[in-house]
Design a binder for this molecule. Structure first.
Ligand SMILES: [Zn+2]
Length: 270
């Protein structure tokens, strides 16, 4: 599932291609009505002839900012956006195609069909469900401390919940908790100031390193023309069950937390 670094990678890759172009129309493939939230008629009425002022990321959403409102694209499990159509004769599982006034296109491919496209005339209903951006200046140590102390949830469940802090998913939460030496089942309001500081730093470090390496590719994340993220080889615990912890040489194990497979070092994270 693409997390903040993967979505940021897609945005950076597509930005030069899309920025400044005008949208003519969206086409939905037969059977792809679930890909678009709202009707195609209303969507096209709203976006027709609008220029893409900028391409941005908010949480795990790709945002096409328009003069009036914006389009959000959520990739979910298998969604991919292609600027130039790759050199494949029949690109399978295309669910939607944006026609741009330049004659160029933007393709939305989605094998599993969980991805979503939506037009928002205003930002309030979109923003009110989303927490703070962890790489923004607003996300200070003190801010994280306040959030953690207000909650009494297990720290992993808390970090996965997009209402407090956005952008983190299973991979980067496991990596951040290992780095901060915090067990994922710990209660947020039981963390001490040193642990909170370490967690704050760890979240920012793993996300920034993820972006710097163009994300993590296991099976389904690619960007651009079939390019893979390079962060997978830098992971410390995620997908490393049975390997040795790089800090203490204990074995990495997998447990279940918040219904998710969770990777920890038993010795470093007690
Ligand atoms: Zn360890």
């Amino acid at each position: 599932l693409p997390e903040l670094p993967e979505v940021e990678t897609v945005v950076r890759d597509l930005r030069p291609y899309l920025q400044g172009k005008k949208i003519k129309k969206l086409y939905l493939q037969p059977g792809a009505s679930k890909t678009l939230q709202g009707t195609i008629a209303n969507f096209n009425k709203a976006v027709c002839n609008q220029k893409i002022i900028s391409l941005e990321r908010r949480a795990k959403y790709i945002i096409l900012r328009l003069p009036v409102g914006f389009i959000s694209v959520h990739l979910r499990m298998t969604g991919r956006l292609y600027g130039q159509r790759p050199q494949v004769k029949d690109l399978p599982f295309i669910r939607a195609t944006f026609e741009l006034s330049s004659g160029q296109k933007l393709y939305f491919q989605d094998v599993r069909r969980f991805g979503k496209i939506k037009y928002w005339p205003k930002s309030e209903p979109f923003e009110e469900r989303l927490g703070v951006e962890p790489l923004s200046d607003q996300f200070t140590k003190e801010f994280l401390q306040q959030l953690l102390l207000k909650s009494s949830r297990q720290v992993k469940a808390f970090l996965l919940d997009q209402k407090s802090i956005v952008g983190l998913g299973n991979i980067y939460v496991d990596e951040a908790l290992w780095r901060a030496r915090i067990h994922p089942l710990r209660k947020t309001n039981n963390l001490n100031p040193k642990e909170i500081k370490d967690l704050w730093l760890a979240i920012r470090k793993v996300l920034q390193a993820g972006i710097d390496n163009c994300g993590t590719t296991f099976d389904s994340f690619y960007y651009g023309a079939e390019q893979m993220g390079k962060y997978a080889k830098l992971l410390k615990v995620f997908d490393r069950v049975g390997e040795k912890c790089q800090r203490c040489a204990s074995e990495i194990i997998k447990i279940k937390v918040a219904t998710r497979g969770t990777h920890i070092c038993q010795k470093c994270q007690q």
